[in-house]
Design a protein around this ligand. Structure first.
Ligand code: S3P
Length: 452
């Protein structure tokens, strides 16, 4: 689409109904994994529909620095010449992973069972995020780490020449931690087992199977055990990346908020461990129709048709959190327009995302005149069904967080006064064409000065 990188303060203003059919960019989780697994296969992997956003391009650059040959051909297909599960080499320079926690944690996993030394760094947001959650299991597998301030980036990893398999019970529900361990297990002799109490997104398991690796998943009383026997070869494959449901959540939310809207988003990944947002808006009374459900590459894909309508508040079951963890900021915007009090709890993990998302949402919503209570592990939001009669008129801080930025731009489409954000630049990490795509549906955005 535009290819233009927006930056600086931006604002959205009240818009008419949204209408049209669109596609959102490729799934971020699946895109990162396709590049890393393609690198660990021997031979040529091709990827269709890769998310070409800053986070994923950091993973591309990192895998190139470790020996993979990765190019985009004239038809938009990404071609990866992999080096094998034990074939990564020490990069010459420092690997910069920008804003991407997924890249940092998954790549630390991939580097663990390799005879190499590498230094990873990131931007101000990523350098604040905790890495101990992966350093503990990867250290048990034999890697050594030298970190800033205990467990923060920059981190230098010394891979393990003789990696050891582990059985690891995850203290947090995190697909990144699970995936880091499974990536390390690929070049580790013996069987590595990850025990998870709450199921987290399983794109790693599904894609490994697609690359010919046997991954077993057993249900147990505590949850489930995922096992992989290492020193296996990955068969190079063709990966088709579906649209990202986490990006789709923004046009969906905007369409729900703006009276008279009717949009269809085609080709969205609706993996059952990623569909919590769709279940939550359904419970709020949203007019959502899931059409043309199909299987593609081991993932479920569908077209989502959404019409505006009034929303009711809900208590979001805490056990839904892993299946919609990135969608809480935009769900909080919908809660601001729902009748009654929406309660979201069990969300301590939101404090260690690209920003402290509980604090960022509470601060921004209350600046916009929404009644919100910040809890240690969640938010209680008192909705105002007709936002167009009040609310808005604030300049919100986004704390280098793309999802906070997009959430408040969506809010400003429905409020009486415009909503401004301090900087739009970070949306390029996951959804570079957010503004032009939303504009084709009828949304209105513009650069903002210092005041809203
Ligand atoms: C991701 C897992 C989630 C999510 C992140 C992407 C992944 O993080 O928030 O945006 O691709 O594995 P956690 O698993 O750490 O919660």
């Amino acid at each position: 689409m535009s290819g233009r990188r927006l930056s600086g303060p931006y604002r959205s203003r009240a818009a008419g109904p949204l209408a049209g059919t669109l596609r959102v960019p490729g799934d971020k989780s699946i895109s990162h994994r396709s590049i890393i697994f393609g690198t660990l296969a021997v031979g040529e992997t091709t990827v269709e529909g890769l998310l070409e956003a800053e986070d994923v391009l950091c993973t591309v650059a990192a895998m190139r620095a470790c020996g993979a040959n990765i190019n985009k051909d004239g038809n938009g297909l990404w071609r990866i010449w992999g080096v094998g599960t034990g074939g990564l080499t020490s990069p010459h320079g420092v690997i910069d992973l920008g804003n991407s926690g997924t890249a940092a944690r998954l790549i630390l996993g991939a580097l663990t069972p390799q005879s190499l030394t590498a230094t990873l760094t990131g931007d101000a947001s990523l350098s604040r995020r905790p890495m101990q959650r992966v350093l503990t299991p990867l250290g048990q597998m034999g890697a050594q780490f030298n970190c800033r301030a205990g467990d923060r980036l920059p981190i230098t990893i010394e891979g393990a020449a003789d990696p050891m398999p582990i059985e690891y019970e995850m203290p947090v529900a995190s697909a990144q931690v699970k995936s880091a361990i499974l990536l390390a297990a690929l070049n580790t002799p013996g069987t590595t087992r990850v025990l998870e109490k709450q199921a987290t997104r399983d794109h790693t398991e599904r894609m490994l199977r697609h690359f010919g690796v046997e991954v077993t998943c057993e249900q147990a009383t505590f949850g489930q055990a995922i096992s992989l026997t290492g020193q296996v070869d990955l068969k190079p494959s063709h990966v088709i990346v579906p649209g990202d449901v986490s990006s789709a959540a923004f046009p969906i939310a905007a369409a729900l908020l703006l009276p008279g809207s009717h949009i269809t988003i085609e080709n969205v990944g609706i993996n059952p461990l990623r569909d919590g947002f769709l279940r939550a808006i359904d419970a709020m009374g949203a007019d959502l129709t899931i059409r043309n459900k199909r299987e593609q590459n081991g993932e479920t894909v569908a077209d989502l048709e959404v019409k505006s309508g009034s929303l009711n508040s809900i208590e979001v079951p805490p056990e839904w959190a892993p299946s919609m963890i990135d969608e809480y900021p935009v769900l909080a915007v919908l809660a601001a327009a729902a009748s009654g009090k929406t309660v979201m709890r069990g969300l301590q993990e939101l404090r260690v995302k690209e920003s402290d998302r509980l604090a960022a949402m509470a601060q921004g919503l209350s600046a916009c005149g929404i009644n919100v209570q910040e809890l240690e592990d969640g938010l209680i939001i008192e909705g105002e069904p007709d936002l167009s009669l009040r609310a808005g008129g604030a300049r919100v801080e986004t704390f280098l967080d793309h999802r906070i930025a997009m959430s408040f731009l969506v809010l400003g489409l429905a409020t009486k006064e415009p909503v401004a954000i301090d900087d739009i630049a970070m949306i390029a990490t996951s959804f570079p064409d957010f503004v032009p795509l939303m504009e084709t549906l009828g949304a209105q955005f513009e650069p903002a000065g210092e005041t809203p």
